[in-house]
Ligand binder design. Structure first.
Ligand code: NAD
Length: 284
């Protein structure tokens, strides 16, 4: 049981954790802070949080567990603002989509409290953002990855693991670099591809005409291009090398496909497409 949960960044990810734990009776009180006054008031009005704090200091001062769920580019400043005000026994965790950058920022800002910091990433989400996008069942049957360091307190990790399990999530542990490589492949690269394709079509003079004929396949593929631009800028810059490595691999693959189309090498196209179909059909 958590007595007071502080959520810094009450949007889709932070708000959904608050709603889930409240629905399970696993938290006595949720205090929330978001930079925008509108988001704070909306979160309060929707019952996502029980109390809106006017500052990060106020939000964390009496919290047992602090969940940081702001865009990754804002994490360093948030850790710095909270560091003087955290109770020594409080446990801090986050929901950032790439871990190396967040861990570095936390290590720099949190001082002695760093051992109480359990880096995390719920692999769940939608393309919507803000407190109104939050819902209690977001994490049910989804995976959460924790990336504790060698100096992370094991009791803190166990407590955060138990917290996520209460939301209905399955919890895994991974090292930071492995997490960032895996997520670059399954989440970050696909978002970059979707943003690029939809952005490219949006610049065409005949964009409306073209998109009028978009069918289910385009809708499925392009849904993630509706995600928040600031959040995805931060993820791209925060997991730079892993994404660049994959983009390099992707360029090589798309160049080969381009070449095969030019040369009418149907055999190569069948080989690539059939390999992809088999991989998808056996896993999803
Ligand atoms: P969101 O936009 O829904 O919520 C972010 C909240 O943070 C907003 O309420 C905003 O007002 C607040 N905020 C922004 N800058 C702030 C600052 N400097 N100080 C305090 N509050 C600030 O975003 P989200 O989708 O909930 O994402 C939050 C985090 O979770 C990000 O780090 C993201 O990488 C990660 N994440 C997102 C998803 C997803 O699918 N959306 C999935 C997993 C992890």
């Amino acid at each position: 049981m958590i007595n007071r949960l502080a959520v810094i960044g009450v949007g889709l990810i932070g708000g959904s954790l608050a709603l889930s734990l409240k629905s399970k009776g696993a938290v006595n009180e949720v205090i929330g802070y978001s930079r925008s006054e509108n988001a704070r008031q909306e979160a309060l009005a929707l019952g996502v949080i029980d109390k809106a704090a006017d500052s990060i200091a106020e939000a964390v001062a009496e919290a047992d567990v602090i969940f940081v769920a702001v865009p990754m580019g804002a994490m360093a400043a948030v850790f710095a603002d909270m560091s003087e005000h955290i109770r020594p026994e409080a446990i801090i965790t986050d929901g950032g989509s790439a871990k190396a950058q967040v861990v570095m920022a936390a290590r720099e800002a949190l001082g002695d409290n760093f051992k109480q910091f359990v880096p995390g990433h719920p692999i769940a989400g939608t393309e919507k953002s803000g407190p109104s996008a939050a819902f209690a069942t977001l994490y049910e049957d989804h995976r959460v990855v924790l990336t504790p360091l060698s100096d992370t307190d094991t009791a803190a990790t166990a407590k955060i693991k138990a917290m996520w399990q209460l939301t209905g999530a399955e919890v895994f542990e991974m090292d930071v670099e492995h997490h960032d490589t895996v997520l670059a492949a399954t989440s970050h690269l696909p978002h970059v591809l979707a943003f690029n394709l939809v952005g490219m079509l949006a610049q065409r003079d005949d964009c409306d005409e073209v998109l009028r004929y978009a069918a289910g396949g385009f809708r499925d593929f392009s849904r993630i291009a509706s995600s928040d631009a600031v959040m995805w800028r931060d993820i791209c810059l925060g997991n730079k090398q892993a994404i660049l490595d994959l983009l390099d691999e992707y360029h090589q693959g798309i160049n080969k496909i381009e070449q095969a189309i030019k040369e009418e090498d149907g055999e190569y196209l069948i080989e690539v497409f059939a390999r992809a179909k088999k991989a998808r059909d056996t896993r999803f």
